[in-house]
Design a protein around this ligand. Structure first.
Ligand SMILES: Cc1cc2nc3c(=O)[nH]c(=O)nc-3n(C[C@H](O)[C@H](O)[C@H](O)COP(=O)(O)OP(=O)(O)OC[C@H]3O[C@@H](n4cnc5c(N)ncnc54)[C@H](O)[C@@H]3O)c2cc1C
Length: 238
């Protein structure tokens, strides 16, 4: 697999303890929306030798590369937090099959937990650029609005058949001025409130392993066919 050098450009805070990092796009580097890279930084003080998988959080035709993660204080993340513009890191890849089917008639429901939103950002931005008419529902679970990364971006995606359903697990009272906003964990009843005939849709899941297991169980219990479920292995170490 190819290794590319990318130059750090900037970091910005996009939610509580969550940063967006931009890098120059190395010459000849191409990827599909929804793919990830393996990042390698020269950091001695890290349990995983400075190596992490990170989904690409921008569309393939954007000028720069964007990544987002929670700031946990790990050696890798502290190292990245202290980078200066122009510092380089290695990117290995791209890899991954968390990509949409070519056929725009396949309706998609994203079930997303927390920072698992990153590959979805790439996909949604590309769909927007393509002026896609695909039916897409994004059900995006976070503890609170403050911890929701890319909140404004996912709200304003301009697609004709797109619906955004945020849900907050630590918020008790529903926001009555917003009829798509939910509270609590994602349940089948919640899915049914926002998606017509959900059993016929294609589900894409990203989040922690616990989140993935809970979503798979919910879909299996409600007879969604396995061939209609795509999971990003993102949660393995997140
Ligand atoms: C395909 C893919 C895409 C991803 N995309 C993103 C993304 O866009 N944004 C994002 O925030 N994260 C993403 N992740 C997760 C990311 O790679 C990190 O695992 C995560 O950000 C946590 O890193 P950390 O440095 O904060 O913590 P770490 O120091 O890596 O520790 C995280 C947890 O993993 C455990 N752990 C550490 N090493 C191992 C090991 N060798 N075996 C088993 N358990 C271990 C630790 O005990 C801890 O509980 C992705 C992962 C994959 C596989």
């Amino acid at each position: 697999m190819n290794t590319h050098k990318a130059k750090f450009i900037a970091r910005k805070t996009i939610a509580a303890h969550t940063s967006l990092y931009t890098f120059s796009k190395p010459e000849g580097f191409t990827f599909k929306a929804g793919q990830f890279v393996t990042m390698k930084v020269a950091c001695d003080n890290d349990a995983r030798r400075g190596v992490r998988s990170m989904s690409i959080a921008c569309a393939p035709n954007e000028e720069m590369l964007a990544f987002a993660w929670r700031e946990t204080g790990s050696g890798f993340k502290m190292f990245c937090n202290e980078m200066e513009p122009g510092d380089t890191i290695d990117l290995i890849g791209p890899s991954g099959h968390f990509t949409l089917p070519e056929d725009e008639n396949v309706p998609i429901v994203f079930l997303i937990g927390g920072i698992g939103i990153t590959p979805v950002m790439s996909i949604l931005k590309e769909e927007e650029q393509k002026k896609s008419r695909r039916e897409i529902t994004l059900i995006y679970s976070n503890r609170t609005p403050e911890t929701t990364a890319f909140q404004e971006d996912v709200k304003k995606i301009g697609l004709p058949n797109y619906k955004y359903v945020p849900t907050y697990t630590d918020v008790k009272e529903k926001n009555l001025s917003d009829n798509t906003e939910e509270t609590g964990f994602i349940t089948w009843e919640m899915v049914e409130r926002h998606v017509q005939e959900p059993v016929k849709k294609h589900f894409y899941i990203v989040g922690t392993m616990e989140f993935i297991d809970a979503m798979r169980k919910m879909l299996n219990d409600n007879e969604v066919e396995r061939s209609n479920i795509t999971v990003d292995n993102f949660g393995k170490y997140s």
